[in-house]
Ligand binder design. Sequence first.
Ligand code: SAM
Length: 288
Amino acid sequence: MATDSWINETLYPAWGQRFLVKRELARVQSDFQDIVVFESETHGRVMVLDGVIQITEADEFVYQEMLTHVPLLAHGSAANVLIIGAGDGGVLRRVLQHKTVAHAVMVEIDGEVIRLAKEFLPKIAGGAWNDPRAEVIVGDGIDYVKRAPNGAFDAIIVDSTDPIGVGEVLFTDAFYENCARILTPRGLVVNQCGVPFMQADELRETSTRRHAFFPHVTAYVAAVPTYVGGFMTLGWSAKDATLTAVPVETIRARAAAAGILGMTQYWTPEIHAGAFNLPPYIARHLPA
Ligand code: SAM
């Protein structure tokens, strides 16, 4: 994967991106995956898992803001939030920016991702690791949701790797059935669903599975520069179909009350509302 001073992403066999490496910071084979962290010439520090770009300092704000602020502000009063994966701490930091959040549980299977993120990507999580509202668990997300009590959470944010290897269990019926059980009556799940231009199966199959357990399944989009292939889709599964139709002015007021307004570089109330308007090449992969 690394040749001289370039790292080539291996997500797609015949197409991808490469980064000119300024300095390799860590290379660890954990119990779950191959982890590389390097300083790039163009995107700050970058984490790679099994050859797939996970996060860069330069554009992580796009993904983390959309994966976090959209569900929490659509819900409007999420107090208990479950985060699955997200070992870099970026989602945890943004969840804790919401004053409405009383407790954020983060379940990451690979303690090495957390350790390396703390050491080499400290800006991603900021002070989140030490927030008294945060509970960080090193474990498998599927095991956690199986054991969690009914109605324990208002929102579940799944920031996992793709459905290969350790991430695969987070795209199963058992996982979604338990998510539905441990959510409150207005609860919702959002999950990274890949780049449909290249990974339409991931969006189609996970949406179909989630539809068996949630009455309202759709997706919303974000333009993440280093998730190559155009729009990144974030899967949406809700018990309340009205959550995707919250008026822009209500979203703005909620963001102001939560202390989010003016703190973002990608998310805005208008981007939030508009993100659910899907181009046909994406919409056609969702349940009718
Ligand atoms: N933003 C990235 C993306 O969209 O591809 C994902 C970033 S985050 C680093 C993905 C995390 O999911 C990894 O740290 C990985 O260890 C974690 N993960 C994968 N499978 C998991 C599981 N079954 N339970 C908990 N965490 C898991």
